[in-house]
Design a binder for this molecule. Sequence first.
Ligand SMILES: Nc1nc2c(c(=O)[nH]1)N[C@H]1C(S)=C(S)[C@@H](COP(=O)(O)OP(=O)(O)OC[C@H]3O[C@@H](n4cnc5c(=O)[nH]c(N)nc54)[C@H](O)[C@@H]3O)O[C@H]1N2
Ligand SMILES: Nc1nc2c(c(=O)[nH]1)N[C@H]1C(S)=C(S)[C@@H](COP(=O)(O)OP(=O)(O)OC[C@H]3O[C@@H](n4cnc5c(=O)[nH]c(N)nc54)[C@H](O)[C@@H]3O)O[C@H]1N2
Ligand SMILES: [Mo]
Length: 779
Amino acid sequence: MSKLPPAAIPEGFKPHSSHWGVFSAAWRDGKLTVAPHGGDPDPNGIIDNFPEAIRHKARIAKPMVRRGWLERGPGPDRRRGRDEYVEMEWDAVLDLLGAELIRVRDKHGAGAVFGGSYGWSSAGRFHHAQSQVHRFLNFAYGGYVASVNSYSSGAASVIIPHTFGGYEDMTKHNVTWDQIAEHTDVVLAFGGMALKNSMVAGGGISQHVERGAMQRARARGCDFLLVGPLRSDLPEEAGAEWIANIPNTDTALMLALTHTLVADGLHDRAFLDRYTVGWPVFERYLMGEADGQAKDADWAAPITGLSADAIRALARRLAGRRVLVTVAHALQRAEHGEQPVWMAGVLAAALGQIGLPGGGYAYALGAIGYYGRRSNAVPSPTLSQGRNRHGNYIPVARIADMLLNPGKEYRYNGQTRTYPDIRLVYWAGGNPFHHHQDLNRLRRAFAQVDTLVVHELAWTATARHADVVLPATMTLEREDIGCSSHDPLLVAMHRVAEPFGQARDDYDIFADLSERMDTRDAFTEGRTTREWLAHLYERTRESLAAQGLPAPSFEEFWEAGHMALPQNPDDGGPWRAFREDPVANPLPTPSGRIEVFSETIAGFNEPSCPGHPAWLPPEDVPRAEAPLHLVANQPATRLHSQLDFGGHSIASKHRGREVAAMHPDDAAARGIGDGDVIRLFNARGACLAAIRLSDGVKQGVIQLQTGAWYDPADPEEETPLCVHGNPNVLTRDVGTSALAQGCTGQLTTVEVERFTGNLPPIRAFDPPGAAVHHPVAAE
Ligand SMILES: Nc1nc2c(c(=O)[nH]1)N[C@H]1C(S)=C(S)[C@@H](COP(=O)(O)OP(=O)(O)OC[C@H]3O[C@@H](n4cnc5c(=O)[nH]c(N)nc54)[C@H](O)[C@@H]3O)O[C@H]1N2
Ligand SMILES: Nc1nc2c(c(=O)[nH]1)N[C@H]1C(S)=C(S)[C@@H](COP(=O)(O)OP(=O)(O)OC[C@H]3O[C@@H](n4cnc5c(=O)[nH]c(N)nc54)[C@H](O)[C@@H]3O)O[C@H]1N2
Ligand SMILES: [Mo]
């Protein structure tokens, strides 16, 4: 085992990890103090949310039950989100919940329980809340209605297997940052690769390498081209040229670039012949033989807001060079999000660069810290979720649709499926009032169920809509193992603090609930938490031993705090192998090649996703009542909604409100000045935000990052004003297409005005119900 240099863990600090970085922590003068991992070349500030957050009033101190549910029993109730809470003791609340779980199981069965529980929760691999809740339901119910895919890549994860093969091969075993630094001539980044995004990686990350790699590539002469509405989507180090197209028009731009390549004879016909299927059909569409419209630069200019000359010049600049095309997740979190993901790969194929070092197509590179790195040569510790024998599922972002429309048919990936009738929803480790769209609709959806159970560490809006709220420990209050598949450090996450109030680990809560369901032994396998950690570690240790590498015992690892893991070589993965020999190393697509035309997709007969990539004009475009594009992207100062009440997140707000950004000319036209409070509104809802003016925002666009906690001015209203700045009151709850039904939360259209009323107070972080008592635990 390679011990870390002593500087990695300062004297007296305990090792820990989070999705936003490996760190260590200690109490100093009664205050939690955090230090980034000593080996991290570019640590980020999100760990600074912990010190203020750990004992914040927004934490949940005791089990709570909604008064209406307690008094009237389970059932649909529009008082959710409006009601008071009653404190209960642990034994009493678990008895009550156990009885309800048994009622639903006996009366309705596993098909009436939604246990998808989407969400990022915390980095530790044992206390991974989603695994815990799935495991609990699999034993206690024999299964549950699950969710598939993610809010991150809902469209990409469905289209890529049809067209390019393995999703993980494309994202995680492909071009690395080292290859870019060494080989790439042009990085054509649709949606950019903002460093704020690659700060984060599920399971933790010990080294933020992106900034350094961009610097190295730039110094060697690599050109970074940023296509998108925000200049800040690439850092200064990249020295990027900014191509500010109109949002959700990238497919048209990619088509026009490809058209110019073909028209000029600059496309790599030999590559297309050898490695793709269906190019001739697509070419007829591209050149206008199929529908009378050539997808040339003149056609794309008014759609994209770029000049035809600029598009042609860009295409000619790409030909013959080592080009890497990247597409941010954001592009596919929008109407017809499948198309840019598919078309970018077709453009890269036409350039003939796929499979070469630093070239080709790396979907989502830069969007999260685990892309563009070498993978670990040993498996990560992973908690088994057991087996879901029920088998029904929804595409994850169809949650409100499902709850509002039991029995309704919908299309997904070539199938006609039916929404189940859900009576009980169980959530641990996710925040639908962060992640879902059209929150007023989500409120109506949650009013439909008999019972909503939420485990949370803080009073999120999701917790405030729940019937049973169980306080969970924060990561710093328990032991765990931090690990991601593409980071070479295994972290012994030591406990740094006692649980807040009466908070308990999700595992212990589920163990005690399992007792009431007669499934305790199956759920716990008789292990304490520490025994589970040693058990999960064993798989990694065995693999080290089998490879003849030093394989320390769990106790040695725990004592050291960190352990370096071996990694696989940077060999270009399956794409390089495919390029070298497409017969011996076919892609896992139906044809074994890149599918420029997909017989499978064409066979689904979906007008919203035809058999080859195509320009499908979006419905939600700027018009009189909503003339601006809203870009609702990832927040720089936190992960999603997590610890929005932490110091680093709060410091980025203006007068307590989330900060939006727009172009000075758009603001001037509306009488809006820098620092004003504005109201953003459309047909679905409205929120307040503060405004920062910047010429780094494309005209016609307003940007408001996600993650400010939903804070209704008057929860009694049907569509209350969110006074804090949660953009999901504005976004649309529609799928990307009938193919993938992915989340479309990144983009919508709005109008904005200067807010001139009395400023409503922000109460997002105040616990609900005046009767609630909050003991503050002393350290
Ligand atoms: N408009 C719009 N919406 C979006 C997006 C967008 O681009 N635009 N992006 C989407 C994307 S990509 C994603 S991934 C989703 C993210 O959506 P989520 O993953 O749901 O967001 P988080 O805020 O990370 O929610 C995690 C919750 O788990 C809680 N938690 C943390 N640790 C624990 C624990 O140990 N136990 C328990 N019980 N709870 C814990 C946290 O307090 C937090 O409330 O949002 C999506 N929503
Ligand atoms: N700090 C921080 N980092 C994170 C997260 C976080 O919450 N906080 N979340 C993590 C998660 S779960 C995920 S999935 C990833 C998400 O990764 P992404 O979805 O890629 O991240 P976003 O910041 O939402 O979007 C990136 C940029 O895409 C641009 N964009 C939006 N629409 C368009 C378009 O139509 N065309 C073009 N060309 N550009 C467009 C926007 O300017 C936006 O800033 O981020 C991860 N990283
Ligand atoms: Mo995500």
